[in-house]
Design a protein around this ligand. Sequence first.
Ligand code: ATP
Ligand code: LTN
Length: 329
Amino acid sequence: MRKRVFSGVQPTGNIHIGNYLGALRQFVQLQDENDCIYCIVDLHAITTPKDPRELREHILNVAALYMAVGIDPAKSTVFVQSDVPGHAELSWILMCNSYTGELSRMTQFKDKSRASESAGTGLFAYPVLMAADILLYDSDIVPVGNDQKQHIELTRDIAIRVNNKYGEDTFVVPEGRFLKEGARIMALDDPSAKMSKSAENELSRISLLDDEAKIKKAIMRATTDSDGEIRFDPENKPGVSNLLTIYGVFTGTSVAELEKNYAGQGYGALKKDLVEVTIESLRPIREKYAEICASGELPRILADGAEQAGAKAEQVIRRVKERFGLGSR
Ligand code: ATP
Ligand code: LTN
């Protein structure tokens, strides 16, 4: 049976291999058998200050990269969050059904706010907007990286809470979908942190559009350890294990096999090969990206996507308003 799939990426910078291996790879796999909606979540991006011109550039960049990795607008709906007003509208309704206590426990908020008094209210309410994104489309499945587990749990809690109060069929209770391998790619310079678009050090990540020199530099300088053995052991050898994971997912090889192939060899050999594997894996994405940008099709694809998404969202908004007794009609 076809299911409704929803996910989003923030236009906060260039998409990196963590986003790709953990999330976007799934977006593509799911689109043949399901009814998929992929969003560029610009309202999430402004939870921390953004330069307007850069934000607009990043929105178009994420849209083009969605297509470049293989999302097909003929199969999936691709649109920008703020083009559909229902996200902000439902978010308010859900905020009135969530607790400051549960939001205070969100680790992403704790990390990003660093307990500062001047952390934005939007940053605090961020997971409720994410819940609205998902519930607005009666989504069954949400493909994301591991870092979003807590947010998906909160979405489910809010949906169940509202259903208990306003009727069981108010919201579909969604499920997260996490990949076995690649769901958490670590930063190359610090394997105790996840790879992130917004980390300061450019060498912490490999973006899908990085040139060969940058890819080489980031991988060759990646933090490893001093025992010299190529072994998959995320707890004690997080740097090497991260390189093995990236290698394994790009080539479809198990880490056990990689360990065998590299037995007795040094980190330099592994890194050198991984540079090649990464360059070759990203080459088709870069080529497709250039084609899409040159085609001039993006504005039309996003306008069509917003129209399709908006029509679906409106049905759910109408249902929710009716259940809550909101509005004059
Ligand atoms: P930011 O640095 O701006 O917080 P981000 O790099 O975390 O951004 P998002 O746009 O928030 O990226 O996430 C897009 C998708 O990529 C989400 O499904 C998220 O779970 C996934 N993702 C993000 N970072 C990683 C990672 N290091 N490994 C695997 N998946 C990831
Ligand atoms: N919070 C997510 C991005 C995001 C999202 C969503 C993912 C916003 N809304 C809805 C899945 C479904 C993040 O930080 N990666």
